[in-house]
Design a binder for this molecule. Structure first.
Ligand SMILES: Cc1cc2nc3c(=O)[nH]c(=O)nc-3n(C[C@H](O)[C@H](O)[C@H](O)COP(=O)(O)O)c2cc1C
Length: 145
């Protein structure tokens, strides 16, 4: 079965508070690990940008489940690509909380990838979103090393 990486953007419902979000993600990390899904989720300005990597049928199934979750809306596919290697291999779901307090290196990653200093995932092209998430992953690895 081929491997793919799917990236989508969405808008958080106004009622979603950060604690709910962390609860969803704790569970999601466990589920994803059991499905051999890896990825990254960036949350900021009430918006999500998420990458899901794994076997195509599994990623599709999970995406359809996530996109019908009432805790967010306006899911938009940003990119779907065949892959041979995973960009987020070490994370079931790595969370990056984007905020005004984003670090200088995160800000630089955003500007380098998108040409903008505002986190607006629904405006990104597929390539911009991929490069942005890859850049965040590289910055996380530096922090952890
Ligand atoms: C922005 C967002 C991202 C999510 N990402 C994941 C994920 O990566 N993996 C996962 O299992 N659930 C994720 N969820 C939760 C799912 O939408 C859903 O609640 C979960 O899969 C349980 O589905 P079920 O109630 O149909 O069993 C996410 C929810 C939101 C709002």
């Amino acid at each position: 079965m081929p491997l793919i990486r799917l990236i989508y953007s969405s808008d958080a419902r106004e009622t979603l508070v950060y604690r709910d979000f962390m609860e969803i993600m704790t569970k999601a990390g466990e589920v994803n690990a059991s499905l051999e899904i890896t990825g990254m989720l960036c949350y900021g300005n009430g918006k999500f940008l998420q990458a899901l990597e794994g076997e195509r049928a599994t990623v599709n199934d999970l995406y359809f489940r996530i996109s019908s979750d009432p805790r967010h809306r306006a899911c938009q596919l940003v990119q779907v690509e065949d892959i041979t290697t995973r960009d987020f291999a070490e994370w079931g779901m790595k969370i990056v909380n984007w905020s005004d307090a984003a670090s200088a290196s995160q800000q630089a990653t955003l500007v380098a990838a998108t040409g903008s200093d505002r986190f607006e995932p629904d405006q990104m092209t597929g390539l911009q979103a991929t490069n942005f998430l890859r850049g965040l992953a590289a910055a996380e690895r530096l922090l952890l090393s």
